[in-house]
Design a protein around this ligand. Structure first.
Ligand SMILES: [Zn+2]
Length: 172
């Protein structure tokens, strides 16, 4: 399936669209962030295997400042991309990290699907919330339950709704 890159004229966001063989390729897309006009990119995309940021436009939008983009500067070569990554303090993922990230994604989808099957949409949403909290905080299930019990208790007695994860863990 051909994939075409678009870059928003207003905010610089890079958008990728997949087209079926029979579909007509748009000359411009609508930016999902600011609804600005995003014309189809003229440059050929390059693939930097295992890279989180993929493609000329996305790399340009990610690594260059608004002023640099406005002056027409682009990241066009793998060398420029490496320099930009170095400047930003990021690096391409190793093949093993890519594999791990994919496995984690598949595992998450399986868990969400299972939660939905067993407990409905609410359970699936709870699972997503829990996973977001544990991945943001690095907590294990015990710490998560402790925080949930603490916030439930506060909510039941005071209806404050202002307890944050760090409050609960700091107190524990
Ligand atoms: Zn935009």
């Amino acid at each position: 399936m051909p994939e075409h890159a678009y870059t928003c004229e207003v905010c610089g966001l890079a958008v990728h669209e997949l087209f079926l063989g029979s579909e007509e390729v748009w000359e411009a897309a609508e930016c999902p962030r600011c609804a600005g006009r995003a014309p189809r990119a003229k440059v050929n995309r390059f693939r930097h295997i295992g890279l989180v940021h993929e493609g000329v436009d996305e790399a340009t939008a990610t690594f260059l400042t608004a002023a640099e983009r406005k002056s027409g500067k682009q990241i066009r070569t793998p060398k420029q991309l490496r320099q930009a990554e170095e400047r930003a303090g990021v690096r391409p993922m190793e093949a093993s990290e890519v594999r791990y990230a994919r496995q984690a994604e598949v595992h998450d989808m399986e868990m969400i699907t299972r939660a939905a099957r067993e407990g409905g949409a609410g359970a699936a949403l709870d699972y997503v919330d829990d996973t977001n909290i544990t991945s943001a905080t690095g907590w294990d299930q015990t710490q998560l339950r402790r925080w949930q019990e603490a916030t439930d208790a506060v909510g039941n007695t005071l209806d404050l709704g202002g307890t944050t994860p760090s409050d609960a863990v700091g107190a524990a």
